[in-house]
Design a protein around this ligand. Structure first.
Ligand code: 8YV
Length: 324
């Protein structure tokens, strides 16, 4: 079986694939055009897909009938049209669990950075403006006992809630497709409606898997109803928020601040005015960027490919319904 890997991944994954005697192909070239990527897909049986540039939509499946399995190097699977994959009985694997700690660490880091105005203060220092001690200047806010609202309480949301509860004794409320009994039992998390979530949260953090129908769900109508001191955190997918509405809410101080590891569009435009605001911290999608998480992702993605090559069920499969 021939496996196309569109970008280098940690050696831990490559070794597993080689030990399983799979023929792997990694192009020398860094940034493939869509056409080049399609051509590689046409001549391989499976893809281990790294990064978020191209979509696995109906056109892709029609163009590349050879591809019989997709192993994503990510937990999010919003790039794949699962209905189309299902119709063709193509298993789609992802990399859950191994990045939950790393990804939630970034949400936790952004929450504190925004609350203590880290970007603003760092900019001051960089511009040589350390400033005199001023009891009234650059004051942040404390998170102790405040309410953390989680949109999408799965594995990553749980880790974010756990850290916030342990470190700051935060009250956890959440909105999800299902109740999360573990979070209710262990963290005292309370299930609330979407409206309650946005109105009651001091910090609102998104941890859901993105679906097209949720595009820009967090827009002016939501920001208008949030608390004036609220912090908005998005480490999930940029598509969840309306970037211009967020800019307006932040610049008009309708909310306190925002921490983003994902932007809309992504990458962010260099001249996006949101980057000029002092109550914002933006990171370039580094949620899973630790050695531990990336090694884990490489292994899980490789294990998914290997299972498929043996005619077995992928261990981390997002569409197990295809196995009947
Ligand atoms: C990846 C991510 O780094 O897992 C996800 O869903 O967003 C990140 O961990 C990114 O998708 C590149 O594959």
């Amino acid at each position: 079986m021939k496996v196309f890997i569109n970008k280098r991944i940690p050696e831990a994954g490559i070794r597993l694939l080689k030990d399983a005697n799979l023929e792997i192909f990694i192009p020398e070239q860094e940034n493939l055009s869509y056409e080049e990527w399609l051509n590689y897909c046409r001549s391989n049986d499976a893809i281990l897909s790294v990064g978020g540039e191209f979509k696995f939509d109906k056109d892709f499946f029609n163009e590349c009938p050879n591809i019989k399995a997709i192993a994503l190097f990510s937990v999010g699977f919003d790039r794949v049209d699962i209905q189309e994959a299902d119709a063709r009985k193509i298993p789609v694997g992802n990399t859950p669990d191994v990045l939950s700690k790393a990804a939630s660490d970034v949400a936790f880091l952004l929450m504190q950075s925004v609350a203590r105005r880290a970007s603003y203060n760092f900019e001051k220092v960089k511009s040589g403006n350390w400033g005199d001690f001023d009891p009234l200047h650059a004051l942040g806010q404390e998170l102790y006992g405040k309410t953390l609202g989680i949109f999408g309480l799965g594995r990553i949301g749980y880790e974010m809630a756990k850290k916030s509860r342990t470190a700051f004794g935060m009250q956890i409320i959440y909105h999800n497709r299902h109740h999360n009994e573990e979070a209710e039992k262990n963290l005292g998390a309370k299930y609330v409606s979407f409206d309650e979530l946005i109105e009651q949260s001091d910090v609102l953090s998104i941890h859901a898997n993105f679906k097209a129908e949720q595009k820009e769900l967090f827009n002016a109508s939501v920001f208008d109803r949030m608390k004036k001191n609220a912090i908005f955190i998005n480490t999930a997918r940029g598509g969840f928020h309306h970037q211009k509405d967020l800019y307006a809410a932040l610049s008009e101080h309708k909310i306190w601040g925002a921490g983003l590891d994902v932007t809309n569009p992504e990458p962010i435009f260099k001249d996006d005015p949101i980057l000029e605001l002092s109550n914002v911290c933006v990171l370039p999608h580094i949620g899973s960027a630790t050695e531990e998480a990336r090694n884990g992702m490489a292994k899980v993605a490789a294990e998914n490919i290997i299972a498929f090559s043996k005619g077995e069920k992928m261990p981390a499969c997002v569409n197990p319904e295809i196995y009947g």
